[in-house]
Design a protein around this ligand. Sequence first.
Ligand code: NDP
Ligand code: 2IT
Length: 452
Amino acid sequence: MSNFNSMKKIINQFLSKVSARNQNEPEFMQAVTEVAENVIPYIVKKDIYYGQNILLRMVEPERVTSFRVAWIDDKEEIQVNRGYRVQMNSAIGPYKGGLRFHPSVNLSILKFLAFEQIFKNSLTTLPMGGGKGGSDFNPKGKSDTEVMRFCQSFMSELFRHIGPNNDVPAGDIGVGAREIGYLFGQYKRLRNEFTGVLTGKGISWGGSLIRPEATGYGVVYFTVQMLNHIGESIKGKSVVISGSGNVAQFAAEKCIQLGAKVLSLSDSSGYIYDSDGLNEEKLDYIKLLKNINRARISEFIKKYPKTTYSPNSKPWNIPCSIALPCATQNELLLEDAKLLKKNNCICVGEGANMPTTPEAVEYFKLNSILFAPGKASNAGGVAVSGLEMAQNSLRYNWSREEVDSRLKNIMSEIHHSCLKYGTEKTEVDYVKGANIAGFVKVADAMLAQGVV
Ligand code: NDP
Ligand code: 2IT
């Protein structure tokens, strides 16, 4: 058997074992498969890792908690949702990762996110393990008081399982400043302690400057690094962004600040296309629509009628040099990748977690399109969460400039790690680089700590 075939066999044996134990978890298996394909060939060449079943240990969550969240809506009807916290790996630090509130939330999605978070957090250079949680609660259309009652009920169980030295959640889809506030208030009330148990807090109560901006800014800092590495720059380039939430808004903001032309944003109902490019004033209006009015992005064209709105479609058919998928998993398919290539796109940076399907990732690789996986390019959010934890421990706040400069340095370090493990002849496989670099630090810690 050729080396290639025997390696394929080892990988397939591993994946069969994992999938037998995690049936009906397609998103989790998708994330595990990608890591296994990069990391197993690395492990078999390294005596210290070979035979230690490290990856088999990493795919098994240290702990999974699932709980009932009962709450009363504005019509005084009793509602029941399901809450979760997946504590995946604590080898290098307390569990760290966001909470997602979205009707699609299930164990497969949270396990994929918690698994990705292990590698992402390792790449940040900061001491954070991997975790994720959330609920199938849908915040859309709920009043502020309904969201508050839900968050209070959710935290009334979650508080037993988290803590500033144990597990520190943050935001993700459907969980922003409002939800973190309600969750923090309830935790503080139950524990009678003011601690850094959550990140993404408000500035006056323990939050960090730049945390709201960090994921989107970080994606763009990473994209700039990739472009610079091939002698290109972002200035003047056209950018297509999906999503219009936290990550998309600040990715757009940084692109505009750096002189790029942002042509689109979207939500789950459709996308807007602005051939002149969004400017700061238009972006402020999007922030108002999405964050304060909690409206649909289609509303944008009422104020800016030169912009077009396309319902029930995604923006990947718009000609652009750079694509930043910043909405959700599996939102960029092979056919979208082909459209991007046809329109001469040269670079894709994931703002969301796993937005690109494996077939589309492979297509980008075969066509030499720069591609950054979310665990590298969107790590700026959790990195500044780590800086928020550091500031909470110091009982001190750093300036905007200080945090932004630390964020930039961390994104450069991540880029450097990807180059170290992913450079192949003249090109860089950022997926492989991120997976191996993220793995090595966690694996070494696990080896040092024995079979636990
Ligand atoms: P938000 O809730 O602020 O925004 C989510 C955006 O994505 C909205 O525009 C939403 O549209 C859209 N969206 C959500 N689900 C779907 C779907 N099924 N199909 C199409 N569009 C969808 O979330 P964030 O911006 O925080 O998160 C976006 C992505 O970035 C997620 O993958 C998240 O895991 C990832 N991420 C977030 C980080 C953070 O710090 N917040 C850090 C790193 C990664 P609609 O309003 O219609 O639902
Ligand atoms: O996917 C992610 O990295 C996040 N949602 C942010 C996690 C965090 O703890 O800041």
